[in-house]
Design a protein around this ligand. Structure first.
Ligand code: AMP
Length: 223
């Protein structure tokens, strides 16, 4: 059965860390619209320039561009057994667009779709974001406050340079929260009504969240 997992949560709730672990252990592609958009920006294309004008303000990139990127990605062969969506959909409009994309992508195959919601209090989040660093080579994520790194500029896994994302400043982080609460939070109700929402306590340590997450997944996959 095809496994399709969607992750929703405010910026800094730890979705990225959990979804990357899940992707590796379950051999499902990790599809993160933020990274796909940053790649587009780095390519210097007109679409990348357009995306960047929204990203630097902490606003959502227009739906036409995001839907195109997601559809192209979900049609790739490595998604045949399922996928993990991290950071998409982020609005009701995108959720309805995804319904249409999935009709095409799933094309009569059997699938399970579950939506994981990462719950965490807002005061923890800004602190997590401003202390977040990621490896420019392998993408590993670090928190300077909770992880005692010997060298705060060097990845402990591959030696790559650690970077702070341009939008992980306090000012942009606050705007990203506003966007989240206005546009993304309504998705929780939508997926709850569809009986596919699972809430996870994202204030717990990484290993515990992962145990809860994989515990849930085992239930669906075996039922
Ligand atoms: P993230 O890396 O998930 O924090 O996303 C960084 C930025 O990319 C966001 O603040 C948005 O500007 C943009 N972005 C990411 N995902 C989406 C999406 N699903 N829809 C629209 N914009 C997005």
């Amino acid at each position: 059965m095809k496994q399709e997992y969607i992750f929703i949560g405010p910026p800094g709730s730890g979705k990225g860390t959990q979804t990357k672990m899940l992707s590796k252990d379950y051999n499902l592609p990790h599809i993160d619209t933020g990274s796909l958009l940053r790649e587009e920006v780095a390519s210097g294309s007109d679409e990348g320039k357009l995306a960047n004008s929204y990203m630097e303000k902490g606003q959502l990139v227009p739906i036409e561009l995001v839907s195109k990127i997601i559809k192209n990605r979900l049609l790739k062969q490595d998604c045949n057994n399922g996928f993990i969506l991290d950071g998409y959909p982020r609005s009701l409009e995108q959720a309805y667009a995804l319904d249409e994309i999935l009709k095409e992508v799933n094309n009569n195959c059997e699938f399970v779709l579950k939506v994981f919601y990462f719950e965490v209090s807002q005061d923890k989040l800004v602190e997590r974001l401003v202390n977040r660093r990621s490896c420019s080579v392998c993408g590993a994520i670090y928190n300077l406050k909770t992880m005692k790194l010997k060298d705060t500029e060097k990845c402990e896994k591959c030696g790559g340079k650690l970077i702070r994302r341009d939008d992980d400043t306090e000012e942009v982080a606050v705007k990203r929260f506003e966007t989240y609460f206005n546009q993304t939070a309504p998705l929780i109700e939508l997926y709850d009504k569809r009986n596919c929402l699972i809430k996870l306590d994202a204030s717990l340590p990484i290993e515990e969240i992962y145990k809860n997450l994989t515990g849930e997944i085992k239930e669906y996959v075996h039922s």
